[in-house]
Design a protein around this ligand. Structure first.
Ligand code: FAD
Length: 470
């Protein structure tokens, strides 16, 4: 998504001498790699797409993953991105020397470039749980982002570890096919109720005939997300109270068995962890062949999962819906900046970047969806579009030969981090839960201000925050 966006934006600005490096053999990123049953975006499709290529053909309010992948592929083809892509080769190092970045790929290709845009993704490297005996499982076992479609689910006993959005989507999608579905829950989740109507042929025709209808829809969804962001960045706000009430009502009204309801009730506030948005998770987990397992996992054995109460949950398939290494960002690429500064060393405690985009001493190296930017229940397409608009203003200074090297100053990063950490304390993410938003210090690693503030910051760089050399 972000790489395709960069390519289109560069070409439109008349900068046609660029390469998109893609280690896989096709486009799609997240939407190529995740193919699990039930995969869907939980941001409405008319917002989760490029503003310059609205799509009248979205099938539903929230479209399934394969449709999103096809959308990005189509856009890339239609905008002439594909000839710029070097497929099937991984960038392994980027070294800044003598005013330029020297890129090396696993295939041994060396390229020298003026600017690097790192669009390597956020939820990209699967995270595997540390469970005793995992390798001894005799059935089929895979991570949700590495789904093995050769494994039959019909009539199988399926276990799912994890209760994030992915796990919930899988439960809803497969429960009716399985003989028995066991969901191993370490932490209960708040579930935001949703409906997911299909767009009718008439609605799609109207969208096609008048793009303003799509723009209006997009604007109204964006406004809703602005309210949502107002809520989560201020744990005491009325918006936050409303979000919580929706989730509490959903639990109360959807789960009939009081004992199951209490086991599904989180002991922390809604949206402290990334909210699950679902039309039917509660219905799915109440099916007679579904079981919510809340005893902790003791270990995995050949026949299944044993919980600490001594019970063996016999399984044919074990799905690890255990998320991603969210602090990797551009790594494991070895990135070495000015004066031999190694990004791995700079980020030894945790990744930081001024406005999520630039790191001091890494000139002309800009990130899309980099560390501490807006994450969570937002459209990362919208985020990336705002960021690339900002990055192009930095690139423009290089192009106009105002400077040969641009990177944030250490002071700007320090000030940004201090303000960010200060504001993070007010957010719902800091209200007392364990989540992937928190860094090693327990501080939310995310943009802690309203989304409109992000839009404002991205509109124009504050040039005092940058060091221009050469
Ligand atoms: C299951 C799931 C559901 C999601 N749902 C939502 C949602 O509802 N809303 C939302 O906004 N976001 C969602 N996301 C986040 C999603 O990742 C982003 O929205 C978006 O797809 C990120 O795009 P990207 O281009 O930044 O990264 P990616 O899609 O991860 O693409 C990065 C690309 O870079 C390539 N790459 C990485 N490193 C190298 C290298 N060293 N050399 C060459 N190529 C490399 C990868 O192969 C990949 O193709 C979801 C993510 C997942 C996993």
């Amino acid at each position: 998504m972000a790489g395709i966006l960069s390519a289109i934006t560069l070409a439109e600005a008349g900068l046609t001498d660029f390469t998109v490096y893609e280690k896989a053999d096709r486009l799609g990123g997240t939407w190529r790699e995740n193919t699990y049953p039930g995969l869907s975006c939980d941001v409405p499709s008319h917002l989760y797409c490029y503003s310059f290529d609205l799509n009248p053909d979205w099938s539903r309010l929230y479209s399934p993953g394969d449709e999103i992948e096809a959308y990005f592929e189509r856009v890339a083809h239609e905008h002439g991105v594909v000839p710029h892509v070097r497929f099937g080769d991984e960038v392994v190092s980027c070294v800044f020397d003598d005013g330029r970045w020297h890129l090396t790929t696993a295939g041994g290709v060396h390229d020298d470039v003026d600017v690097v845009i790192a669009a390597t993704g956020v939820l990209h490297h699967p995270k595997y749980p540390d469970i005793k005996g995992l390798d001894s499982f005799a059935g089929a076992r895979f991570h949700s982002a590495r789904w093995d479609h050769g494994v039959p689910l019909d009539g199988a006993r399926v276990g799912i570890v994890g209760t994030g959005s992915t796990a919930m989507q899988i439960v809803s999608a497969v429960v009716d096919r399985t003989e028995k579905l066991s969901l191993f829950q370490r932490t209960a989740q708040w579930v935001m109720p949703a409906v997911n109507p299909a767009y009718t042929a008439e609605e799609k025709a109207a969208f096609r005939a008048d793009r303003h209808l799509m723009e209006d829809l997009r604007d109204s969804v964006a406004q809703l997300f602005d309210h949502f962001s107002d809520g989560i960045v201020d744990a005491r706000s009325p918006e936050m109270a409303m979000i919580e009430q929706f989730c509490v009502d959903n639990l109360e009204n959807s789960v009939t068995d009081p004992e199951l309801r209490e086991r599904l009730r989180p002991d922390y506030r809604a949206a402290c962890k990334r909210l699950v948005v679902s039309t039917d998770f509660y219905q799915a987990i109440q099916k007679p062949n579904a079981e919510l397992v809340t005893e902790a996992i003791e270990g995995v054995e050949g026949a299944g999962v044993r919980t600490v109460d001594g019970r063996l949950h016999e399984l044919d398939v074990l799905v690890l819906a255990t998320g991603f290494q969210v602090d990797a960002f551009v790594r494991p690429i070895s990135v070495v900046g000015r004066g031999g500064v190694d990004l791995d060393r700079v980020w030894v405690h945790r990744p930081e970047a001024y406005l999520a985009i630039s790191v001091p001493d890494f000139p002309n190296f800009f990130m899309l969806n980099g560390p501490n930017g807006p994450v969570g229940n937002f459209s990362l397409v919208e985020v990336a579009e705002l960021q690339i608009g900002y990055i192009m203003q930095l690139v423009d200074r290089l192009r106009r030969a105002d400077a040969r090297e641009i990177s944030a100053t250490p002071e700007a990063l320090e000030r940004f981090e201090a303000a960010r950490i200060d504001a993070a304390g007010n957010t719902i993410w800091a209200s007392g839960c364990r989540s992937w938003y928190l860094d090693d210090r327990g501080i939310p690693a995310a943009w802690p201000w309203p989304f409109r503030e992000f839009r404002a910051q991205m509109a124009q760089p504050e040039w005092e925050a940058y060091e221009l050399r050469g």
